[in-house]
Design a binder for this molecule. Structure first.
Ligand code: CA
Length: 335
């Protein structure tokens, strides 16, 4: 996207000098005037580790504010990265949608926006738009690889997986597959996005830059294992890119999955969700995977939702209540 200009300034300022060697912990500062802070600002933490000449890797958590592995693993890396072992630059943003992370919600409480639908952003837009614009114009052009750590959030849960996209460019695709193997999540979903417009993923990939994301656990919390996968995965990406010199943290091989047409199961009614299969369970086409009960008609049989194909349950709606139109489950198949 070479048509994106850096001529116009962002309203966001920073005490970070991205070109300076060494370790810097600072903030992206954006104006935010509201009732309780008329001349106030939002200070969104960012850290930069620059040690010698080499590639630049951006590590992102908190793109959605109710997904916790990313912020936790990014903060741990900020505390533990050793500049003396780096050959290149690591930029860490633990809370990309900082207001959403502070609020524990997927979307920003300030403007109601989804950070992962806000790219390429708008310098003169709302807070979410301004952050996306800054990242798009001033950070992504510095990067050789980006990891954006997602999880299921409050409403969904996933079999722990890295996520990459099917890319038209064969060389870009091969590089991405190699990075996903190094990242070493137990699973890697090779995905075609339902709606790629506005995603950080798309912004990065359109620059020809390496991008890897994850879907780790969910339910608005985290586990020992999902935090480990995020942390080890990001360190492994740094090693793979040649930025960090240490052994890869291997924990078995990555199983590659895909979601064929029809893999997404959508709820057709509101009600109480009873899941009949566990995440990771192998299911056969036609097998019952969930029921939706109507509390106002206890005598009525629940609606039965069946596996659309033979595969593995890789996603489930996790909240006890489900609504018509919600994604109920996704069944993936091994590649
Ligand atoms: Ca997410």
């Amino acid at each position: 996207m070479s048509n994106i200009s850096t001529d116009l300034p962002s309203k966001i300022t920073t005490d970070i000098d991205f070109d300076k060697p060494g370790v810097q912990h600072g903030a992206l500062t954006m104006p935010y005037s509201h009732n309780l802070s008329p001349w106030g600002s939002i200070l969104m933490p960012v850290s930069v580790f620059a040690g010698g000449t080499g590639p630049t890797v951006l590590l992102v958590g908190g793109n959605h504010g109710d997904e916790y592995e990313g912020p936790i693993a990014c903060m741990k890396l900020i505390r533990e990265l050793d500049i003396d072992k780096l050959t290149g630059r690591v930029i860490v943003i633990p809370a990309l949608n900082y207001p959403a992370v502070k609020n524990g919600t997927r979307l920003s409480p300030i403007d109601g926006k989804n950070m992962n639908r806000a790219f390429p952003g708008d310098r003169a837009g709302t807070v979410t738009d301004m952050i996306a614009d800054y990242v798009q114009r001033f950070i992504l052009p510095l990067c050789d690889a980006v990891a954006d750590i997602h999880a299921g959030g409050r409403m969904m849960s996933f079999l722990p997986t890295s996520v990459i996209h099917r890319l038209a460019d064969a060389r870009h695709m091969d590089r991405t597959l190699e990075a996903a193997k190094a990242f070493n999540a137990p699973n890697c979903l090779v995905l075609e996005e339902l709606d790629p417009q506005g995603m950080l993923d798309t912004a990065v990939e359109e620059l020809g830059t390496l991008f890897i994301s994850t879907e780790l656990g969910g339910g608005g919390s985290m586990s020992v294992e999902t935090v480990r996968i995020a942390y080890d995965g990001m360190r492994n990406l740094l090693v793979h890119m040649g930025v960090l010199s240490e052994p890869l943290r291997k924990n078995g091989d990555t199983r590659f999955l895909e979601t064929p047409d029809g893999a997404f199961v959508t709820a057709e009614q509101d009600g109480i969700l009873e899941f009949a299969a566990e995440l990771g369970q192998k299911v056969s086409a036609g097998e019952a995977i969930a029921y939706i009960h109507d509390i106002d008609r206890p005598m009525a049989a629940p609606a039965v939702y069946r596996a659309p194909l033979d595969g593995i349950v890789m996603h489930r709606h996790v909240a006890g209540l489900i609504g018509r139109g919600d994604c109920l489950s996704v069944i993936a198949v091994e590649i």
